[in-house]
Design a protein around this ligand. Structure first.
Ligand code: BGC
Length: 251
């Protein structure tokens, strides 16, 4: 099945057409900077622009950087506050017209890595951490995804993992890879004490730089970079739409 996948992030909104059978992009990636302020109306305009760019008439899968329960945006960290409480599927459907399946962006990346990437064929406990403007997390066990885990916002050393090790914080503070790697290791130890995952996958743009910081990790669990790199969010969003369409057809 071909689906348009869109990854809405704090700094960029990216889209591409995805072949959900092979888990890969079959078009080039089209990226538009996230409008500031990232209000629902401004973001919907960019999403509509991406759909127009691809002349796309079908369903759209979309990752969004917030916990989303049954279509409702529960809270927001890096987007405009007015998103809170909106039914995002209905909002996009009414303002744009296509059918939408919107889910948390880290959950989307997890779906892709689980089906086609570093988590393929694993049934044990997997924690994927996306490192970008924010910190996103997703957990799997027995092949099932636990949605909206939001571990980037738990209390940690008087702040949160997001405020301590997000890529936006690394660049703002001009941290060396050593400094960032040691910090991230502390976060990994903390998550490890909470969940003892069998595998940790690091996703987001930073996964491409894995060799620069891997040497600072001392945590006693397997840690690997995401295999789909920064395409995971787009591919996973498309997979969520495929899953939604299958469930809809069977209902
Ligand atoms: C949001 C998460 C999101 C993560 C990565 C966090 O600020 O709360 O929902 O997955 O950023 O974008």
């Amino acid at each position: 099945m071909e689906v348009l996948g869109i990854d809405i992030g704090g700094s960029g909104i990216k889209g591409a057409i995805v072949d959900t059978n092979m888990g890969g992009l079959i078009s080039e990636r089209y990226r538009v900077p996230t409008p500031q302020p990232a209000t629902p109306e401004a973001v919907a305009e960019v999403v509509a622009d991406i759909i127009k760019h691809f002349k796309w008439k079908g369903v759209v899968g979309c990752g969004f950087p917030a916990p989303i329960r049954h279509g409702i945006v529960k809270t927001v960290a890096n987007m405009h506050k007015s998103w809170k409480g909106i039914n995002i599927n209905q909002f996009f459907e009414h303002s744009i017209g296509n059918r939408f399946y919107v889910l948390n962006d880290a959950d989307a990346a997890g779906l892709a890595e689980f089906e086609f990437g570093a988590g393929r064929n694993r049934k044990d406990v997997i924690l994927l951490i996306t490192v970008g403007t924010g910190i996103g997390t997703v957990m799997f066990t027995g092949g099932q995804l636990l949605p909206n885990t939001e571990l980037g916002h738990v209390d940690f050393l008087g702040k949160t993992p997001e405020k301590y090790v997000a890529d936006s914080v690394r660049t703002q503070l001009d941290m060396s890879w050593k400094k960032w790697g040691l910090r991230f290791d502390e976060v990994l130890h903390y998550f490890n004490r909470l969940f003892y995952p069998d595998l940790v996958i690091i996703g987001g743009g930073i996964s491409k730089k894995f060799s620069k910081y891997e040497k600072y990790f001392t945590v006693n669990t397997e840690v690997v970079p995401a295999q789909l790199l920064n395409q995971a969010g787009i591919i996973g969003a498309a997979l969520a739409a495929r899953n939604g369409e299958i469930a809809y057809a069977l209902s």
